[in-house]
Structures are given as C-alpha cells and as structure tokens.
Design a binder for this molecule. Sequence first.
Ligand SMILES: [Zn+2]
Length: 459
Amino acid sequence: MSQASIKIDGVRYIVTMDSERRIIADGAVIISGNRIDQVGKAADLAGTHADTVIDGSGMVMTPGFVNGHMHISYAHAARGLFPDDLGAQYLPNVFRLQGAMTDTDEYATSLLAITELLKYGTTTFLDPGSTTHLDACMEAYRQSGCRIIVGRNVLDQPNPLNIPVQETDAAIRLTDETISEFDGAMDGMVSAWAMPFSPEFCSTELLSSSHAIAQTAGTRSTLHFTNGSRWIEECRRSYDCTPTEYLDRSGVLTPEMTLAHCLGISELEAGLIAERNTAVVMCPTAAIKGGAGMTRHALLPELLDSGVTVGLGTDAGNNSNLLETLRSVYLAAVLYKDGRQDVSMIPAETALELGTIGGAAALGMGDIIGSIEPGKFADLVLFDTRRAEWAALHNPINSLVYNADGRSVHTVIVNGKVVVASHKPRFVDEQALVAEVQDLGEALIKRTGVDYPPRWPVI
Ligand SMILES: [Zn+2]
C-alpha cells in the first residue's frame, strides 16, 4: 500500500481528456507531490491511502482550464469604466491608465485577476507581455500558486495606441533578458516567452530576432495577430502577400509560435498556418464585445478542420470584461452554430478540448498539463453538481459547456496544492483585496483624468 499526498475519492464523473477521452463514473485520483499518480475507479483505488482525502461525491472533475491570452496586470483597476462604443479611443486610454500604474498597484490588480481566474477554474494562463513591473508581480504569482507564462511586449514602430516605442536593439535585448531571467522561475511554475506586440508595430528584424531568441532558449513566442483591412492592404502593397505569408517570410510561422486572436485570415492562410504547425489562441469574449465579426473573420472551424492546434483566451478585463475561460468555451460552442446557421459547428466536446488539452498544446504544454493522466502535473478542478444549474445531470460534457459556469467551481488544485476550497481562495483575503483595488482604481482615474461616468445619472 503506497502513501500519497492527496486522494480525491468518490468523484461523480472524472472528465479525463486523455487520448480516449474517457469519462470515469465514481472515480478517484491520487496525487503524489505535484503530479497525478493514479486515476481510476474509486473501487479499484480503495486500497490506496493518502495524507489528505478530499470527498469528490457530487463533483465533476476536469483538468484545470488553460487561458492562452489574458492581460492580467492592469485591467481590474478600471474594469467596466469604458463605454462599450468607445471605438478607436479605447486602446490609447487603456495604455494611458496602465502607464500610470505603480508597482504596488500592478501587484494588487494582478493578484485580484489571478484570484478570479483560479476561483473559476483557470489554472494556467499566458499574460501577453503587458505587465510593466514584472518583478513586483512575481510575488502575486508565487502567493497564488498559479501556472503562468510571462514576457515583455516589445515594439519598434510608431503606433496609435500610446505604447512606448523602443529601439530595435533594445527591444531584442529586453526579450533576451526577460527569457533568461524568468523562464523556469519558481520551480518551473513561471515560463517566459518572446512577446513582440504585433507584426503591424514591429519591424521584420524585431519579429525574426525575438522569435529566434525564444527558439534558441527552448521556449516560444506569441503576438497579437488581428488583421484589419488596413494591415491586410499594407501587406499586399509593401510585401505583395497576405499577413500570414508575411509571418512565414519573416521566419516566425513555426511550431514555436502561438498567434493570438487570429482575426482576418483567409482559408488559404488557415491552410498555411496548419502546414507550418503554428498554434492559435482565439478570444471569443473579446471579439464579440468588440464587434469583430468572429464567425466571419475568425475561421475557427476551418482552422480545426485543417488540423491547427487551437486554444482559447479572454484578452483583457476591460475589453472582454470577463476572464473566465469556461465562458470562452461556451461561446466557441455556440457562436458558429448561430453565425453559420449549422448546429454541427464546434460540438460541446470540441469546445471543451479547446479550453483544456487543446489550450495546453497551443502553449506547448500538452505533455505536462491539460488532461487528468498519471505523470501529468496535478492541475484539477472540482465542480459541485449539487446546484440547480447542473440538474438533471446525464451528460457531464453538455452540462458543463452549456448549463454550468465557473460559479460551481468548488475546489481547485494547482501543481498538487489546493488553492481554492469550498469556493474560497486560500491564498488571499478576497474582500480586502477588492477594496484595495477599488481605492487604487479611483486614485488612478483621478491621477490620469481618464474618466467615463455612467450614461445614466448617479444620484
Ligand atoms: Zn491582447
């Protein structure tokens, strides 16, 4: 009889996301240290004891959700401030607010965003390089116990977004230093990637060199790949090719690249992305609120049909407003059914793959997280199905994707450590942190003058 550190016993359904996509009814999971040791029927594991036993009765267990594009560091201070029809004024104002934040501000807003992510089941996420005070925010990552990919946005071209422009050499050096300093930090809980902002605002040299640095270091790159008509036209005029072909010619359309958003591509471009084995992360929550025309311009079904590895993200708390990966899973499942008037588009099972094993693969982590299998890191979520939204439970996949959301997340384990128990984060006083971020958000608005009062009178 072996001793294990945690046993989760009598789980109503374990949605393993293993290669056979097995769903184990009345199952158990044994965690040893930070890894999953055994997964099976509760009856078969009855003889294995553990230091801690968690009662899984009435629970559906899934792997921790993976969010491949989520700016965690600044949005909570001003979330909900912006009217929904701000248009082109939106991003410059966001970056103005962000530029005025102090390191302690950013630590608090990051910790609050991570609290929200973990509470609703997201255990791994990629912060796409917008954190300014990375050193201060490392404490938030350590405290919360999340699994995170960090980096520093670099760009060397003038842009209308108020993002500071760097010299090309300095931007390349910063990418190199960031990867050297942070990749593999905190016993591997932190990874660092190259994060050139976008092909529109980076020179070809910066794109190519930063990606080469990531490849040499054995890590990856991501960039914003949102192709509006202006950029598509510029690629045609200046390079006589499509935006995707431009990435290919620049040497960055490789298996070590994750393209975020991937809006405004053609079917031919989807084919090229597949051929190069480049990964994609789509952010439906942000796309639809921003009126991007997701079902017309983001070819998710075509990318999947071509064999592209796709994950999901939520972008930022002040453009999508919500950070819950499971909401993106729901939208992936329903949007294309409606937009294409075809109920065979993106079945619930496929949508769930995008948020778990597919999302992990899109971040190059498919062999270590994203499914519940022996040897993988123990990143697990328990949903309490003894709630109205889960009734009646006959098919855990349909119920999870279409009825439930993060509110029923009861317990979250990351790297073998319980970080959320009975719906409450264990690593922070959530109410005190919310009050702190309210205060610093109000101070930030006062300091910058970026203010948009509600349209209705507040009396
Ligand atoms: Zn972004």
